[in-house]
Write a protein that binds this ligand. Sequence first.
Ligand SMILES: Cc1ncc(COP(=O)(O)O)c(C=O)c1O
Length: 495
Amino acid sequence: MDPFVPTNVPPKVTMDSDCDAFLQGPARSSSEALDPLAAFASPDGLDPQLQAFLEEACAQLCRWFGSANQRSPLPSLRLLPDAFPEVGGLGAERLLDDLQQVMDGAYHPTHPGALAHLDPPPNTASIAAELICAGLNNNLLAEELSPSLSQLERQLCGWFASCFDFPEGSGGVPASGGTLSNLTALVTARHALKLNATSDAVVLTSDDAHVSLFKACRVMGLHSDALRRIPVDATGCLRLDALEDELNRLATENRPCLAIVATAGTTVRGAIDPLREIATIARDHGTWMHVDGAIGAVFALSGQTRALMDGLGEADSITVNPQKLLGIAKTSSLLLVRDASTLHAAFGTGLPYMEPASAGPHGGEMGVQGSRPAEILKLWLGLRQLGMTGINSLLNAAVERRERFQQSLDAQALDLLSGPLHLLTCVPKDADSDRSERWSARLRQRLLDEQIMVSRPHYRGRHHIKVVFGNPHTSDALIHHLGMRINESIAGGLH
Ligand SMILES: Cc1ncc(COP(=O)(O)O)c(C=O)c1O
């Protein structure tokens, strides 16, 4: 089937008949209470009801994946089941029906035309691991609540740290998303530089850095002007001369710099700041260097692409989001630090209600979060499913898709903004703010009508069209079609 021709939503699925008896359960009036014990797995041998329930939920999910191509990546809003519990508890069939309704209205990252954001389809081992993680219900707060998983977490963070050329003694901690990893990094930096008592400290980053840094400064109670934005050059990379100027200005104002944040893969165009040079400047000025590598740091995992991340290992801390290009189910983000003891120093409390940890600090003593699921499980299993060859090929194929797309665009008529990674943003050269707004809105809708979803970032006063090539299902035919549509939109005066 042509992947970008709209089709109807598939008919509602029916369940396997041999599960029906259990799934429907006994008829109950709404006032009749379900025995709450039935909502928990039996500890006395295999629980057939649990097994049937999970099997049917998994089958439902598999059907959802399998129907991606017949849906839109962005379904229209529809009625949802009640959000609140009824008086009586529900049986499995009602629960699965309700789930299906929510699933029908969900964004579909597996659709080959889902190209708007940095949210690719999840890899299948990470889905299985997420289910197991929920079942294990271990808590990474403390070792006694997650003995094997705490160990796995330390080992996998150690592996990432060594891939990023961090020295012995480095380590890290997972956090629920890049926003939290960046916040954790800045709190750690402030503590390490003994600036906790100084509210006028400043964070330096580029004009194109992610908004999460702004949030972090606010959460940290810094002054409203604490996030100082440094201009970028024509390729979207932080300008070193402007960085030096700003550091000198801070010295004359007597305001301490708690960190310079370089971005390895900016959100709008995928630019990579000059990491090695920024590391040298940070060191010369006695400040911390954090790399927000939420998008780009994964490229250091592959021999073929690691040169793009030159200087990454010179940083004091690095955010990496395997939930993006590697397709680990959300959320999957790590903060890696050159010196693991800095995390414990910033966040350790002693955790007096837990037994001491045996092999390093408790997970809950290394970051902002206390109770935490074993997100490491899906990262670990997902990476093992891919293998180094799979990782390498995912990264390279994504960049190649962006390159092919770029070649198909009319560079005479469009401003093309892209770094060396897998995302590209464009706008008609002659469009002002109003025209770019109209052009991007009409083009996005026209593409959505063909089941292709792109995004519309507002960047430097104009709306752009942004395309992210992290979806391994996107075919060359679709890429070519998308390029043609964008070219047509200028020639046909869509703006
Ligand atoms: C460069 C960069 N940093 C940080 C983030 C925040 O990550 P999250 O959405 O996982 O909190 C993003 C999100 O896209 C990003 O692009």
